[in-house]
Design a binder for this molecule. Sequence first.
Ligand code: TYD
Length: 210
Amino acid sequence: MILKNFIVFEGIDGAGTSTQINILKQRKEAGGFFFTAEPSGSQTGKFLRSMLKGELELDPRTSAYLFAADRAEHLWGADSENCGIEKKCLEGKTVVSDRYLFSSLTYQSVTCGEELPRLLNSTFPLPQLLFFFKINPETSLKRVDGRGEREIYEKIEFLKAAEERYEKLMDEYDAKKTGMKIIRLDAEKPREELAAEIWNEISNEVLQKS
Ligand code: TYD
């Protein structure tokens, strides 16, 4: 199922999704949008953030369940400041999320195989528009290092596996013809150029069709 008005940004760490979301936030036309991210601001999301910093160790399968549980809360939870994105979209609000289920189908596939993340994420709706930031993992890791502390997945071998998995996943979804539009971006292009491409898609694909 496609959730109209829902836009997702995906890519490996350091691909620049957060930078582009920040640029988008500055546009006056995006003043009424709801901007969010996963892990979400819910308690499960906070718990996941401390796992990502390496403050507690979990079996990879437990993490897969928790990312999916956080997603359920993000979609359906009553706390409208951080969650409830499905209701917002159905009411006609444009929602933009930095990461969604494709992160689980990528990252958790690398840590615990493809089957469990697929199963856990099979009931969630797909976004209307998905931006995939394609980048060389060496370049993305340099960007991550420029920011300071590394999180648990921010290692070259891991990011290489994740990038490969992401690219395969995008092809798979294209072939499935779900109705979700996937835009592949060359994340190494200048940020203003990317911002223009992104805005062009959002205004043509989402705003004009709502
Ligand atoms: P990131 O999006 O880079 O946020 P921040 O800039 O705040 O650190 O970090 C989130 C990390 O969580 C990233 O390494 C990907 C990982 N992640 C998963 O492994 N599975 C998921 O389902 C999600 C949403 C994120």
